[in-house]
Design a protein around this ligand. Structure first.
Ligand code: ADP
Length: 408
């Protein structure tokens, strides 16, 4: 009997990423991406059983994109009908204050996600389009939504409230939501499991360092603080985002440089961070620049590590002490220089990295602190697709078992 699988869909504004995940062994049975939806030249790539197929053709909308994907499954495998697909799991970035866990998709849920478009204008419209098309094309399986924000719905009010006029904030849903929740949730659980310690006993700091980057503080498996806010712009220095800045920079650029709000939005989200400081957003390229003697790249690395260290220190205070610090995502898993810089000089706080254990890229959970270090420092690879697949199955199973379950 084929293992149960979940088709994980991440529909963006101009792309659809997908992965068919085996929920028992966690392997990706097939994966791919539809790119440049709505542009004159589209690309669809599908990978299965070591083979990659690529279509170069215009993809006018999400419906056409997903139809192409299903055609590719039919032509190049695996056959969706016999893949024992028990759910379709959709990633949605912004769930606002409406959703605090995996949610079975209904017409009402789609409308609620649509109602959050003003909070996530770059993300939620693509998600809604993807959800509608997928439900139409795959009507016989339950669809489940997994929100990036859900894990952070446990943040205490003191952590999620901005100190601005309460009425203005309430009228406009202005508060901190946090993002990358699926990864922080998955990694905090995986870290406890790897260490063989009860999740309930651990105070953890998770550093998710990908192109987007965020930190969380997790006490006993419950998120109590995170670095992203109303949008993913707040917090750490990222590939192309500034992270924390004085909000008055925006007024200053508007008044003095005559930049429009949209121009400043693009500047801070797409042309800042490591890209703004060095001309490159990828850390591999930045290390090359450092080797070639670039002072800008050296400074950018220092700015990046300094911000990380500030967050580690403040989350240590928020938690009243920390047991485990875990690095994850593209940079966290692969960049030993960044890991070393971010936690250098913290021996007095009980945090000591072992340079030999830290060296190199990590494909498996690994301890990188010294035996003497009071705080255990780990690298744990994240797997958001697997997390979405597991949560989708759990939700569907839960609903099927509940006596008053909504019919699937
Ligand atoms: P996202 O999912 O946010 O797009 P990822 O978690 O895949 O990002 O991380 C991508 C980033 O990881 C790249 O932009 C690059 O900076 C970094 N990265 C990937 N591989 C390496 C490596 N071998 N060494 C250093 N950095 C790496």
């Amino acid at each position: 009997m084929t293992h149960p699988s979940v088709l994980v869909i991440n529909a963006g504004s101009s792309s659809i990423k997908y992965q068919l995940v085996d929920t028992v062994d966690g392997e990706a049975i097939a994966s791919g991406v539809v790119e440049r939806i709505g542009q004159s030249e589209g690309i669809v790539t599908h990978k299965h059983a070591g083979e990659q197929t690529r279509l170069d053709e215009p993809v006018p909308d999400h419906a056409t994109g997903l139809r192409r994907v299903l055609d590719l499954f039919a032509e190049h495998g695996p056959d969706i009908a016999s893949a024992n697909v028990v759910a379709v799991g959709h990633r949605v970035v912004q769930g606002g204050s409406l959703f605090s866990g995996p949610t079975l998709v209904t017409d009402e849920v789609v409308e609620q996600i649509r109602s959050l478009v003003p909070l996530a204008p770059l993300h939620n419209p693509g998600h809604v389009a993807g959800l509608e098309v997928a439900r139409e094309l795959l009507p016989d399986v339950p669809h489940v939504v997994i929100f990036d924000t859900a894990f952070f719905q446990t943040l205490p009010e003191a952590a999620f409230t901005y100190a601005i006029d309460r009425e203005v904030a309430a009228a406009n849903q202005v508060r901190r939501y946090g993002f990358h929740g699926t990864s922080h949730d998955f990694v905090s659980k995986a870290a406890a499991e790897f260490l063989g310690r009860p999740l309930a006993d651990l105070r953890q700091i998770i550093l998710h360092l990908g192109n987007g980057a965020s930190v969380s503080a997790v006490r006993g498996g419950v998120a109590v603080e995170t670095s992203m806010g109303l949008t993913p712009l707040e917090g750490l220095v990222m590939g192309t985002r500034s992270g924390d800045i004085d909000p008055a920079v925006i007024f200053h650029l508007h008044r003095t440089a005559g930049m429009s709000v949209d121009e400043i939005d693009t500047l801070l989200n797409k042309r800042s961070g490591m890209l703004g400081l060095t001309g490159e957003s990828d850390f591999r390229a930045i290390h090359e620049l450092v080797e070639q003697g670039s002072q800008d790249a050296r400074l950018a690395l220092d700015v990046y590590a300094h911000r990380l260290k500030k967050y580690v220190g403040s989350y240590l205070a928020v938690l009243g002490g920390v047991d485990v610090i875990t690095f994850t995502a593209g940079i966290g898993e692969n960049d030993d220089v960044v890991r070393g810089l971010a936690l250098a000089g913290l021996a007095e706080l009980g945090i000591e990295i072992d340079p030999v254990r830290n060296a190199g890229r990590k494909k498996e959970p690994t301890i990188i602190s010294t035996d003497a270090s009071r705080v255990t420092v780990l690298v744990v690879p994240t797997n958001e697709e697997l997390a979405i697949a597991q949560q989708s199955v759990a939700r569907v199973t839960e609903l099927a078992a509940a006596p008053t379950a909504t019919p699937l």
